[in-house]
Unconditional design. Sequence first.
Length: 116
Amino acid sequence: MILATFRYDDKGRITAFEMEGHAGKWRPWPDMICAGVSAIGQTVIGSLQDVAGIEPVYTLEDGDIRCAVEYPGNDEQSLVIAALMASARIGCLQLEDSYGKKYVTVRDMPGEGGRQ
């Protein structure tokens, strides 16, 4: 199973995500769900770099994608970062809805005063 964990700051913005594990064998394409989660994570990281203009702290390894961001004082740039980070969660929730928690589970971890 893939566990997608999202961490929040005290303003309710996602500050980090971790996508860990493998979906296991799923008929007839065993890697389809893993590829979907991987594509979501890597697209968000690239978009943070190219669209938001920041350099997130990240790792990309087999079965383990991690990304963390800091929000700048610039409100416009922070809004773009927040939208991109939220899109990672939305994509994982869509996969969870489509294929079930047996393959992808989304978990929210609040920060201090953040989303519960």
